[in-house]
Design a binder for this molecule. Structure first.
Ligand SMILES: Nc1ncnc2c1ncn2[C@@H]1O[C@H](COP(=O)(O)OP(=O)(O)O)[C@@H](O)[C@H]1O
Ligand SMILES: [Mg+2]
Length: 501
């Protein structure tokens, strides 16, 4: 007998509907899975067999063939177990149920317990796109699945519960969307700007960078507050729009890093991977394509503390995403694009000893060692920084008291973000060279000034474009619809200069 069940698979960060076809026929007893199944899918044979037996059902002593369609789509992961087990019951006459209207998602433990899987949000969204009205998912995946909306989500603890529901004997309860979402978790490890002493230029640059999503680097000796200031940036990010928040949450769900208590968080991600991270973990990819930190930072900040300690191949792999907002991964079956539009936040010492260029201090590094150290950030990567800010030890460590708090700066950033959204629907960092026109507040006088400054300072066109975008943000922070000379001149002060060797 033949039976079909519905499930879904992850491709990149998106869900794709999958039909699980099961045929039970006379022949040599055995369970065969076909349809471009990865190793985790093939291992479903053992899990499904044990789960069926331990849930009180029979594994038919027949020839069982499971086909996953579409057959040309590579399938990974363990999420098809539940659909396979249910279809086997129907095909072998142990269950009389219509499996055509429900998507079944989940991994089976040997005892029949349903185990959570990554990417439930994207999987349920894929089911919804094909008109499916009901999704049965593991308990732990309930809240994020329900957050998708438009599908009745019914979490289950084990296989026999699912069977009783499908047979119409005991209904699995429907989880109301947002029922368990407790709102946004506080960013409790984020320092408040009020605790940062001095570093006024650094604070200003951080405000500009976050407001327009420009790439920023802090350079300076150890212990001046580079890490502290950068981390305070997390508290300055304005909340995401609803569709952006859903997109970010889907990516985090696929990577298995979402917060189960708040599956859809309105806060932009602030990712701070350690410098020992591999290139694959940073940009994504691998035999099982997983979103890397670049994608996890989508619509937020990627903070690379001690930037020059990162592998140079990993750093260079960020060039593509910085330019295009996507990570491209080559696979046997084509090129996969993962979203990765982030703001880069870098912090590093200017040389191995850390004291190069600091007044009244001696740098002990040899010229060659210093040059090699600085070269770890390649020219093309340096070129993609918008603001590079030298930080020095404060002259008055103990004269605190009047530093602006995060809430005040965040309010200015939120207003500047609103201005960008209503003018152009995206951040200033995403303005194309052709957008630097009167429509966006760049008049003819400013174009003349750009020409002049370019000649005076010997800047490339790319540098000038970057400075113009930063100037647009400075104008937005000042509440100005036009970009004026003072805005451009401030932007040019913060531009990356050659770190003299
Ligand atoms: N400007 C500053 N304001 C307040 N605290 C600071 C400042 N600079 C350094 N500190 C303190 O010194 C410690 C080291 O700062 P950190 O940000 O890690 O320095 P860096 O990253 O530049 O090496 C932190 O615990 C922080 O509390
Ligand atoms: Mg540090």
């Amino acid at each position: 007998m033949l039976a079909n069940a519905l499930s879904a698979s992850i491709v990149g960060v998106d869900g794709v509907p999958v039909r699980v076809e099961v045929d039970v026929s006379f022949g040599l007893p055995g369970l065969t899975i076909v349809g471009l199944a990865g190793s985790a899918v093939l291992e479903a044979r053992e899990r499904v067999r044990a789960a069926l037996r331990n849930s009180g059902f029979e594994v038919p002593a027949r020839r069982i063939t499971v086909n996953l369609a579409p057959a040309d789509l590579p399938k990974e992961g363990t999420g098809h177990d539940l659909a396979m087990a249910a279809a086997i019951l129907v095909a072998s006459g142990q269950l009389d149920a219509d499996l055509g209207r429900v998507t079944l998602i989940g991994e089976l433990a040997l005892d029949g317990t349903l185990r959570p899987i990554p990417g439930a949000m994207a999987l349920v969204a894929a089911a919804r796109s094909t008109g499916i009205v009901e999704a049965i998912v593991p308990m732990e995946n309930g809240p994020e699945s329900a957050a998708v909306g438009g599908v009745d989500v019914r979490p289950a603890a084990c296989f026999s519960q699912v069977v009783r529901h499908l047979a119409g004997l005991a209904v699995l309860e429907r989880l109301a969307p947002g029922a368990t979402s407790t709102g946004a978790p506080a960013r409790d490890d984020t320092p408040d700007l009020a605790s940062v002493i001095g570093q006024n230029v650094g604070r200003r640059a951080l405000e500009i960078a976050i407001a327009g999503r420009h790439n920023l680097a802090f350079v300076g000796p150890p212990g001046v507050g580079k890490t502290l200031l950068a981390r305070a940036g997390a508290g300055l990010l304005p909340p995401l729009e609803e569709d952006e928040a859903a997109e970010v949450s889907r990516i985090h769900s696929v990577a298995g890093v979402s917060d189960p208590r708040a599956p859809i968080s309105p806060w932009p991600p602030f990712r701070a991977p350690h410098h020992t991270i591999s290139m694959q973990a940073l940009v994504g990819g691998g035999p099982r394509v997983r979103p890397g930190e670049a994608s996890l930072a989508h619509r937020g900040v990627l903070f690379l503390d001690e930037t020059l300690q990162f592998r140079t191949d990993a750093l260079d792999a960020l060039r593509g995403p910085i330019d295009a907002g996507t990570v491209l991964i080559a696979r046997v079956d084509g090129i996969l694009a993962l979203p990765a539009r982030f703001m880069l936040l870098a912090a590093f010492n200017p040389c191995p000893c850390g004291w190069f260029g600091v007044e009244r201090r001696d740098c002990r590094c040899e010229d060659g060692a210093r040059r090699r150290y600085q070269a770890r950030l390649s020219g093309p990567m340096r070129d993609r920084l918008d603001l590079v800010i030298p930080l020095e030890p404060s002259v008055r460590w103990f004269a605190r008291g009047d530093a602006e708090a995060t809430a005040i700066v965040a309010a200015r950033i939120a207003a500047a973000t609103d201005a960008q959204r209503s003018r152009q629907g995206r951040s200033n960092a995403e303005l194309a060279p052709g957008d630097l026109s009167s429509e966006h507040g760049f008049g003819a006088p400013l174009h003349d000034l750009l020409e002049l400054r370019g000649r005076q300072m010997g800047l490339s066109l790319r540098r000038l474009h970057r400075a113009a975008r930063v100037a647009r943000t400075i104008a937005d922070l000042a509440g100005s619809s036009h970009v004026a000379r003072e805005h451009l001149d401030e932007a040019l002060q913060h531009r990356p200069k050659e770190l003299a060797a």
